[in-house]
Design a protein around this ligand. Structure first.
Ligand SMILES: Cc1cc2nc3c(=O)[nH]c(=O)nc-3n(C[C@H](O)[C@H](O)[C@H](O)COP(=O)(O)OP(=O)(O)OC[C@H]3O[C@@H](n4cnc5c(N)ncnc54)[C@H](O)[C@@H]3O)c2cc1C
Length: 459
């Protein structure tokens, strides 16, 4: 059944997707007095962000923590009045697995000199980093860049595990310019990571910039509370859940959207359209854009990720006084790493207990995704028993979540993808392609993109 709806408002924006990008954009547009309609295909808002409370544990289905790295993230938290939770200082510690044992990533000079993580030769080489010539290849992979400036052991025991933790990716495939643009700019702008970091730390900062201090954050009550806070501030009449955008066509005013709600179809109109969904959804959405123009966008590869929340009512094992442990590829394990949310934030596990978030799969081990939940849990438990040297480990909470399209990989296909996005937007004024197909993969990147887009849409 199809219902025709006439609801056009001049200047209005239709937002497709009610994850963090779509909700932050809606909030910012509302602040600026721009009418919007937000469509989310699921019955719940938040996209991959969801906090679950069960049997004394509070755990995340998707992201566990963000980094307060953009001023827009600070502004959003302040404007919606959502209290942040900032990581416990003890969680500044990051563990890396080497030869089967956890080793803390060095934080100070002396720890850096004595750490067994990096070779003596590379430690000496690091002293020469400020004097090394800057790279000239904008298509250089992250692995090439790190080996060139710092040495192979830094790639193997710092960058590789961190890229597993952030991108579930492979530094040999990610292109620094797109995947870690700030790092790329440090070298290009200052000639060296070390010189760049020192000079940048001395630049004057506004009060707001000082608050974007790279602290690790969640929201009080978990990241789900951030979603609830944003949602509660929005015009509820403009939010359509259980509403999948199936088709978009041009009208004399702007655009008409065909929305599937259960077994009914409804039409809505808006002057501008913003998508925030992954590449594969976009191809057949616009009847006025040839599907082949989306090829370079659809080519974006995503890492498949399995996340398992593992809880213990009583924990008597290794003291988990760290953010978590990351596992270099060289260590040849079946899991990518494990976070300790109850060590980072309060109230994640019963008193005296522990909570872990185990990550598996990623770009390097995509086949794990095809295993059953039971097989994956057995692999995770075996890995945890080995890593914590305790054959008796037996979780009280064991919940598994899968993401077929978890983290986009900004690899060598990025240049063509960004060109395709620009070409579509230029040729079709009023169409904006947002979300994690561009501008970064983290939550702070999503909020920053949404705020910038709101600025453009308000002109
Ligand atoms: C397992 C995992 C762990 C992560 N860990 C971290 C972390 O530790 N730190 C960090 O900063 N970031 C992390 N991230 C990334 C972060 O969660 C995302 O960048 C962010 O939440 C994405 O928000 P989004 O709105 O862009 O996309 P999504 O959350 O994917 O939202 C897009 C929404 O669009 C909807 N949609 C799609 N097509 C349509 C349609 N046709 N009609 C209507 N609705 C549609 C979808 O249902 C979805 O709700 C992680 C992500 C995953 C998956």
């Amino acid at each position: 059944m199809t219902v025709q709806t006439s609801n056009f408002q001049p200047g209005s924006v239709a937002i497709i997707g009610g994850g963090l990008t779509g909700l932050s954009l809606a909030f910012r547009l509302q602040q600026k007095g721009i009418p919007f309609l937000l469509f989310e295909k699921d019955d719940r808002l938040g996209g991959v962000i969801n906090t679950i409370r069960k049997a004394g544990f509070q755990y995340e289905e998707g992201p566990n923590t963000g980094v307060l790295s953009t001023t827009e993230t600070v502004e959003l938290f302040e404007d919606i009045g959502c209290p942040t939770e900032i990581a416990n200082p003890a969680a500044a510690n990051r563990w890396i697995l080497k030869k089967g044992e956890w080793v803390a990533l060095p934080a100070g000079f002396w720890a850096g000199v004595t750490t067994p993580l990096f070779s003596f030769k590379d430690k000496l080489r690091l002293l020469g980093e400020p004097f090394r010539k800057k790279g000239r290849n904008p298509k250089e992979t992250l692995a090439e860049l790190v080996v060139r400036r710092m040495g192979k052991s830094f790639l193997d025991y710092a960058v590789d595990p961190f890229i597993s933790g952030i991108y579930a990716g492979d530094p040999n495939q990610l292109i620094t310019k797109y995947a870690l643009p700030k790092l790329y700019q440090l070298e290009q702008g200052y000639g060296s990571f070390i010189k760049g970091a020192i000079k940048k730390s001395k630049l004057p900062k506004t009060a707001l910039e000082k608050k974007a201090n790279k602290a690790v954050f969640s929201a009080k009550g978990g990241l789900g509370s951030l979603i609830e806070s944003i949602t509660s501030k929005l015009d509820q009449e403009a939010l359509y859940t259980g509403s999948e955008v199936r088709h978009i066509s041009k009208t004399s005013n702007g655009f008409s959207l065909k929305i599937k709600q259960g077994d009914r179809y409804k039409f809505f109109e808006a002057e501008r359209v913003v998508t925030s969904s992954g590449g594969s959804y976009l191809k057949n959405l616009f009847d006025f854009i040839q599907p082949q123009l989306f090829t370079d966008i659809v080519n974006l590869r995503y890492a498949k990720v399995i996340q398992i929340a593992v809880g213990f009512n009583h924990w008597k094992g290794t003291k988990l006084n760290a953010f978590g442990g990351l596992i270099p590829e060289k260590e040849n394990r079946d899991i990518l790493g494990v976070l300790f949310p109850a060590s980072i934030f309060p109230g994640r596990a019963p008193e005296g207990g522990a909570l872990m978030s185990v990550f598996m799969g990623g770009i390097k081990k995509p086949d794990l995704y095809d295993k059953t939940d039971e097989e994956l849990k057995a692999i995770a438990l075996k890995a945890l028993r080995e890593l914590f040297h305790d054959e008796t480990l037996s979780p009280d909470l064991f919940e598994l979540f899968r993401y077929q399209q978890a983290i986009p990989q900004y690899d060598s296909s990025s240049e063509a993808r960004l060109a395709a996005i620009s070409a579509i937007e230029e040729n079709h004024p009023g169409v904006f392609l947002a979300g994690n197909i561009r501008d970064g993969i983290g939550m702070a990147d999503r909020i920053k993109q949404a705020y910038h887009l709101a600025e453009i849409l308000s002109k």
